[in-house]
Design a protein around this ligand. Structure first.
Ligand SMILES: Nc1nc2c(ncn2[C@@H]2O[C@H](COP(=O)(O)OP(=O)(O)OP(=O)(O)O)[C@@H](O)[C@H]2O)c(=O)[nH]1
Ligand SMILES: [Mg+2]
Ligand SMILES: [Zn+2]
Ligand SMILES: [Zn+2]
Length: 587
C-alpha cells in the first residue's frame, strides 16, 4: 500500500502516543512495586503485554467470489493469495508483519506451528488444496516485511459465505467475534444479494468500523456506475439503518495489474487509492485511539483503586496523583479527537529538564576511597587518565539507569543529541540493549521530526541543519564529565607536585600521558615544576623505547623467558603516553 508522508506521520504519531501511554503504565508499575502493591503491579504488567501485542484484526469479508482475495493482493501489490473462479478461500489467512517472508500454519491438534513456503499456501487455504478445511487449519499466518503491517495489523482473508460449501460459511462466522474491523466486499455482478444483506447485518453487530468496497467496477458500462452505487447505498441503508456509510468502488484486478506495471494513472483509475487512504487514516487515527483509550481506562481504574486504598503510606501518594493527572490528560487528548500531537512536542523538555544532565555530570566522581594525593601518584597509568576513566564509568552506569527510569532524562538526552561518537560506543559497551532502546528511541524520534522539518530546503541548508543534530565533544555529556574531572585533578596535582614529597613520589610513578602533560602545563605551573615535569616525561619515554627494543630483541631470539613485566607492557604504556587511556579521551 502506498503511504504518503501524511499517512506515515499519522502512524508515527500513534506509535509515539502509544509509547507515552506505556511509559505512564510502566511508571505506575514501578510505583506499585516499590510500595509492595504486587497485585496492581501485575495488572499494570498485563496492560503492558497487551500494548506490546497490539494485534488488530482487520478482516476482509463477503460472499464467495466477490474478489476479497484479489482486493488484498491489490493492496499488498503482489499476486500472493490464491484467487479464482470457483469458490476458493477455505481457511482464515492472516497477513502480518515479519522481517522475512514466511508462512506458518496453526492446525487443530498440533502443538507447534508448521512452517511452509509461500508457494505451498495454495495447498492449505484453498478449496482445491484443502476442501472445506479438511486439514483442520485454524489460521495460516503469512509474515511479510510490508510497512503497512508493521503496527500490529493483521490483514485477514476469510472464506466467502453463501456458497455450497457450508464449512466455509461456518469458518468465517466463527471468526467474526475476533474481528476488530471489517472490509466488506461486494461486486457489481450481483449487487447486495439477500445473503450479503444478512451477513452485513451480522457483521455490524460485532464491529464498530465497517468499510464497504464495491469491486469489479471494470465490468460496468459507462453510465451504469452512479445508478448502481445509489442502489447499493439504499440497500445498505435499509439493512443497517445507516445512511452515512461510504462506498468504495474499485477494480481489484486493474489495481493489481497497475501496481505490478507501476502504472500510476491506471492505479488512480482503479479507485484503490481512495480506499487505501480511508483505510490508512482509520488505522492511524480511530483504531489506535480506541485501543489506547481502553488501555488508559484500565490503567485509571487500577490507579484509582490504589489511590483510595488507606493502607498505602502517605508519602508515595504524590507521585501517584501526578500519574493520575498525566493519565487523565492523555485520555482527554485521545477522546477529544484532535490530531495526535507527537510525544516529543506534547511533553518537550524545558530548561529544568536539561538540569538532569547537568546534575548527572556534577555528580560524577572518580572512586573516592582512600583518594589522597599519594594515591594519585600510585596509579598504574597516567593518574589523571585513571581518575577520568573511573569517573566516566561511574557516569555511564548512573546514566543508563536514569534513562530507563526517568522520562525527563530521556527527553533531555534527546535534546542534547546523545553522546559524541566515541562515547556512544563506550556507552554501548556497558549499557543493555533495553537501556539503549529506551534511552535512544526519543532521540531518534526527535531526529525524525527534524528531518521532516528540514525537507524541502536546499541540500546545503539541509546538510547544515542535520549537522547540528549530531553531538560533538562540546555538547557531549560524557566529554563534559572528562573535562570536569581533568580540571579537578589538575587542581590537586599541581600544588602536590610542587612539594618535595610530590616530586619524590612522581619519580617512581607512572607519570602523565602527553595530552595531560600539556593540560598541566597550560594550567601555568611555575617554571621549576614545568621543567621537572618535562624532564620526567622525556626520561619515561626513553625508558619505554628501550623496553620496546629489548622486547623485540628477546622475541627475535626466541627468549621469551627473559621478558620482564615492564617490557611486555611497554607497548601499551607507549600508546597511553601519546594519546592517553581509552576511556579518558574527549570526543
Ligand atoms: N473483472 C474483474 N474480476 C475480478 C476483479 N476482482 C476479482 N475478480 C475475479 O473474481 C474472481 C474471484 O476472485 P477472488 O479474489 O478469488 O474472490 P474471493 O472473494 O476471494 O473468493 P472466495 O475466496 O471464493 O470467497 C476471480 O476470477 C477474479 O479474477 C475485478 O476487479 N474485476
Ligand atoms: Mg478468496
Ligand atoms: Zn592522561
Ligand atoms: Zn564525548
Amino acid at each position: 500500500m502506498a503511504t504518503s508522508v501524511d499517512e506515515t506521520d499519522q502512524l508515527r504519531d500513534y506509535i509515539l502516543v502509544k509509547q507515552e501511554v506505556s511509559e505512564v503504565i510502566r511508571t505506575a508499575r514501578q510505583l506499585f512495586q516499590m510500595q509492595g502493591r504486587t497485585e496492581s503491579a501485575e495488572q499494570c504488567q498485563a496492560l503492558l503485554v497487551k500494548l506490546a501485542e497490539d494485534r488488530f484484526n482487520l478482516a476482509v469479508m463477503g460472499q464467495f467470489k466477490r474478489g476479497k482475495s484479489s482486493l488484498m493482493n491489490a493492496v499488498i501489490g503482489r499476486d500472493l493469495l490464491p484467487t479464482g473462479l470457483l469458490p476458493l478461500t477455505s481457511a482464515i489467512t492472516a497477513l502480518c508483519y515479519g522481517p522475512q517472508e514466511r508462512a506458518l500454519l496453526r492446525r487443530k491438534g498440533w502443538s507447534i506451528q508448521q512452517q511452509i513456503s509461500l508457494d505451498e499456501l495454495v495447498d492449505y487455504v484453498t478449496e482445491r488444496g484443502n476442501p472445506g478445511n479438511d486439514k483442520g487449519l485454524i489460521e495460516a499466518r503469512v509474515e511479510l516485511p510490508a510497512r503497512f503491517l508493521r503496527r500490529g495489523l493483521y490483514f485477514i482473508d476469510t472464506p466467502g459465505v453463501g456458497s455450497a460449501r457450508q464449512e466455509n460459511t461456518a469458518t468465517t462466522y466463527a471468526f467474526l467475534p475476533e474481528v476488530d474491523a471489517v472490509i466488506f466486499v461486494t461486486s457489481v455482478e450481483a449487487p447486495l444479494s439477500e445473503t450479503e444483506k444478512n451477513f452485513l447485518y451480522d457483521i455490524r453487530q460485532h464491529v464498530r468500523k465497517l468499510f464497504v468496497v464495491v469491486n469489479k467496477m471494470d465490468l460496468l458500462h459507462a453510465g451504469e456506475r452512479d445508478e448502481l452505487l445509489r442502489y447499493i447505498h439504499t440497500e445498505i441503508e435499509q439493512t443497517l439503518g445507516e445512511s452515512n456509510l461510504a462506498l468504495y468502488p474499485i477494480s481489484a484486478n486493474q489495481a493489481l495489474a497497475a501496481r505490478l506495471n507501476q502504472d500510476s494513472a491506471a492505479l488512480q483509475a482503479s479507485g484503490l487509492l481512495e480506499f487505501e487512504a480511508a483505510l490508512t487514516s482509520f488505522l492511524a487515527e480511530e483504531q489506535g485511539r480506541a485501543f489506547l483509550i481502553a488501555t488508559l481506562d484500565r490503567a485509571l481504574s487500577i490507579a484509582a483503586s490504589e489511590a483510595s486504598s488507606s493502607t498505602t503510606p502517605a508519602a508515595p501518594q504524590a507521585p501517584l496523583a501526578a500519574l493520575l493527572t498525566k493519565t487523565e490528560s492523555l485520555r482527554a487528548m485521545l477522546l477529544s479527537g484532535a490530531p495526535l500531537p507527537s510525544t516529543y512536542n506534547l511533553d518537550g523538555p524545558d530548561a529544568t529538564d536539561m538540569k538532569v544532565i547537568e546534575r548527572a555530570i556534577a555528580a560524577s566522581h572518580p572512586r573516592q576511597s582512600q583518594d589522597n594525593e599519594q594515591a594519585l601518584l600510585r596509579s598504574s597509568t597516567c593518574p589523571i587518565c585513571e581518575r577520568q576513566s573511573q569517573a566516566i564509568f561511574d557516569f555511564f552506569a548512573q546514566w543508563q539507569y536514569r534513562l530507563v527510569v526517568d522520562g525527563t532524562a530521556r527527553r533531555a538526552f534527546a535534546t542534547a543529541h546523545g553522546f559524541c561518537a566515541a562515547h556512544t560506543w563506550q556507552f554501548q559497551q556497558i549499557a543493555s540493549p533495553q537501556g539503549i532502546s529506551e534511552g535512544y528511541a526519543p532521540l531518534i524520534e526527535s531526529i525524525v521530526d527534524e528531518l521532516h522539518h528540514v525537507n524541502g530546503r536546499s541540500p546545503t541548508q539541509a546538510a547544515a541543519h542535520i549537522r547540528t543534530l549530531l553531538a560533538g565533544a562540546e555538547t557531549c555529556a560524557a566529554c563534559q564529565v572528562l573535562r570536569k574531572t581533568e580540571a579537578e585533578q589538575i587542581e590537586r596535582f599541581l600544588p602536590y607536585i610542587a612539594t618535595a614529597e610530590g616530586r619524590r613520589l612522581y619519580d617512581s610513578a607512572e607519570g602523565l600521558c602527553l595530552p595531560h602533560l600539556c593540560a598541566v602545563l597550560a594550567a601555568s605551573p611555575n617554571n621549576e615544576v614545568a621543567e621537572f615535569l618535562i624532564d620526567e616525561q622525556a626520561r619515561q619515554l626513553e625508558e619505554i623505547s628501550e623496553e620496546m627494543h629489548s622486547y623485540i630483541l628477546k622475541r627475535d631470539a626466541l627468549r621469551r623467558e627473559l621478558w620482564h613485566a615492564r617490557e611486555t607492557s611497554a607497548w601499551r604504556r607507549a600508546l597511553v603516553q601519546i594519546v592517553g587511556e581509552r576511556l579518558a579521551r574527549v570526543g
